[in-house]
Ligand binder design. Structure first.
Ligand code: TYD
Ligand code: MG
Length: 452
C-alpha cells in the first residue's frame, strides 16, 4: 500500500501540527485538531473507468446552459419523492439522519426494494442474512437489489465497478473506513474522507448515493458539520419511537424546497406511506371531551388537521407544573400569560399539561388558537363541539393574528366535514361560497364568549 501523507490541522484556526494533541497552541481551543489527508497515492480512491480523469469545465453563459432534462429517478414512494422535490437527482448525495431505531435502514431498504433499477445496498451494520430477513418482511419479490456487507471504501468501489449499479445506498457513513486515514471509523477525518470519495464517485458517474447518518444525543448528525455542507440534501427522519408515525423532513435541499414533509406509519411489514394524514391524526371518538381542540395547521404545502389536548388542574404542590409535548413550552407559558392578563383566567395556581396527539412536533403558529381553546375547555370543563376547528396565531395583547394560506386550511377543514372554523378577522379571505362557517374573531375575549 502506497504511503499517504496526512497531517493534523486545527479546525478552528487552521494551525498545522505533525501529531495530534488535545489543545491547539495557537487559539487555545480544545479538541479541534483533526487528521487530514494532504497527498494521496496515485490510483487511490474512486476513479471511473470510462471518463478521462482530467476533465476541465468551461464557463458558459447562463442562458446557454441546458436544463431541459433534469431527469430525476422516481423512487416509487410518494412521500420520499415529495420531500426530495420530485425524485432523486442523478449524481446527488443525500444524507438521511435520525435516532437509532427510528427506521432509517427500513426506509432505505424498502425504497431499494421498490426500485426497478439496479440498486446496491451496502451495510456496515447488519449481515446479509439479517437484511434478507428484514427484506422478507417488506417486499420479498425484488431481484434488482444487491446487498453488500463491507465497510472499506476501496472494496466498495471495487464492487461498484464490477456491478455498475444505478443507485448506491450506504448504511451508515459512520461505519465506513478508508485505508488512507489511520483513525478509526466514525472519526471526523474518516467521515470526511469517505464522503469526499463518495462525492467524487457520484459526480463522475452520475450515480445517486444515499447515505444513512447517525445522530448525536442533541439531534445533530454525528460527525463534522461540514458533512452537511458536502452533501446535496440532508433529510431527517423523526418521530416518537413509541408512536407509529414517522416524519421525513428536508433540512437542506439543493434541488427542491425544504418545506415539504413526508409521513409514514411503521407497520409490521415496513413503513406505509400516509397520504392523507389528517384523517388519522384526529381521534374519531363519539363523545365530546373537555380539553380537546382541533387545529388546521400546514406542514410544508400540505394542510394537516391536528388534535391538541390540554389538562388544567389545581396544582397539588406549591409550584404549578407546565409541560408540553410536541409544542414549545415557552410558547405555552406565553399563551397562559395572555389568557391570564387579557381574559382574566386565574391560571397561576394551576398545573397545565399540553399534548399534541400522534407524537408530532408542530411549529406552525396557527396552532395557537387551538391551544388556547383546549386550555379554556379543560379549565372550564366544557367540551368543545367535535366539528369545530381553529387556525390563527395569538399575539401578546390577546389579538388574534392572521396566518398564511388560510384558504387552504378552510378548504381542508370543509373537506373533512367540519362545520365551523375560527380564523382571524384580519385574514383576507376571498373564498366565494363555503359550506363551512368561517367565524372571524379579533381578540381572545371573542373566543371566550363564543366557546363558553
Ligand atoms: P431500523 O430501520 O433498524 O432503524 P435505524 O436504522 O434507524 O436504527 O428500524 C428498526 C425498528 O423498526 C425496529 O424497532 C423494528 C421496527 N420495524 C417494524 O416495526 N416493522 C418492520 O417491518 C421493520 C422492518 C422494522
Ligand atoms: Mg439501521
Amino acid at each position: 500500500m502506497a504511503k499517504v501523507k496526512t497531517t493534523f490541522f486545527c479546525q478552528n484556526c487552521g494551525t498545522q501540527y505533525a501529531k495530534w494533541q488535545g489543545q491547539c497552541n495557537a487559539c487555545k481551543e480544545w479538541n479541534t485538531i483533526v487528521e487530514e489527508v494532504i497527498q494521496k497515492p496515485e490510483k487511490s480512491d474512486w476513479k471511473s473507468p470510462t471518463s478521462p480523469t482530467k476533465r476541465t469545465s468551461v464557463p458558459l453563459r447562463i442562458n446557454e446552459i441546458d436544463n431541459s432534462k433534469e431527469a430525476r429517478l422516481d423512487t416509487f414512494d410518494g412521500e420520499f419523492n415529495r420531500v426530495l422535490g420530485g425524485g432523486i437527482v442523478p449524481g446527488s448525495l443525500t444524507l438521511l439522519g435520525g435516532e437509532p431505531g427510528i427506521g432509517k435502514s427500513t426506509l432505505l431498504l424498502q425504497i431499494s426494494l421498490k426500485l426497478p433499477y439496479k440498486t446496491l445496498y451496502v451495510s456496515g451494520e447488519e449481515s446479509q442474512k439479517q437484511i434478507k430477513m428484514r427484506a422478507e418482511r417488506i417486499n420479498p419479490e425484488n431481484n434488482n437489489c444487491y446487498i453488500l456487507t463491507e465497510t472499506k471504501t476501496q472494496n466498495i468501489f471495487k464492487q461498484i465497478e464490477a456491478l455498475e449499479p444505478d443507485i448506491v445506498i450506504i448504511d451508515s457513513i459512520q461505519t465506513l473506513h478508508s485505508d488512507y486515514i489511520e483513525s478509526s471509523s466514525g472519526s471526523i477525518s474518516q467521515i470526511k474522507e469517505c464522503t469526499t470519495e463518495l462525492i467524487k464517485f457520484a459526480k463522475e458517474t452520475a450515480t445517486p448515493v444515499l447515505l444513512i447518518g447517525h445522530i448525536t444525543k442533541d439531534g445533530n448528525i454525528a460527525g463534522p458539520k461540514i458533512l452537511e455542507h458536502m452533501v446535496d440534501t440532508v433529510l431527517q427522519f423523526e418521530g416518537d419511537r413509541n408512536h407509529v408515525f414517522r416524519i421525513l423532513r428536508a433540512h437542506k435541499n439543493r434541488f427542491g424546497s425544504t418545506n415539504e414533509l413526508g409521513i409514514y406509519e411503521m407497520q409490521g411489514s415496513g413503513l406505509r406511506e400516509v397520504s392523507n394524514p389528517s384523517e388519522i391524526l384526529i381521534s374519531k371518538k363519539d363523545e365530546e371531551l373537555s380539553g380537546n381542540a382541533i387545529a388546521a395547521t400546514l406542514e410544508g404545502m400540505r394542510p394537516l388537521m391536528i388534535e391538541v389536548q390540554a389538562l388544567v388542574s389545581t396544582a397539588v404542590y406549591g409550584t404549578p407544573q407546565r409541560s408540553a409535548t410536541g409544542f414549545n413550552a415557552k410558547r405555552l407559558n406565553m399563551l397562559l400569560a395572555v389568557l391570564e392578563k387579557r381574559a382574566g383566567f386565574r391560571l397561576g395556581a394551576k398545573d397545565v399539561f399540553l399534548n399534541i396527539t400522534g407524537g408530532i412536533n408542530v411549529d406552525d403558529p396557527a396552532i395557537d388558537l387551538a391551544v388556547v381553546a383546549s386550555i379554556l375547555s379543560s379549565n372550564e370543563d366544557v367540551a368543545l363541539q367535535k366539528d369545530i376547528c381553529f387556525a390563527a396565531e395569538v399575539g401578546l395583547s390577546g389579538e388574534i393574528r392572521p396566518v398564511q394560506r388560510v384558504e387552504q386550511r378552510i378548504l381542508e377543514a370543509e373537506k373533512l366535514g367540519f362545520s365551523t372554523i375560527f380564523v382571524s378577522k384580519y385574514n383576507k379571505i376571498s373564498l366565494k361560497k363555503t359550506v363551512i362557517k368561517v367565524q372571524l374573531i379579533s381578540k381572545i375575549e371573542d373566543l371566550v364568549t363564543e366557546l363558553i
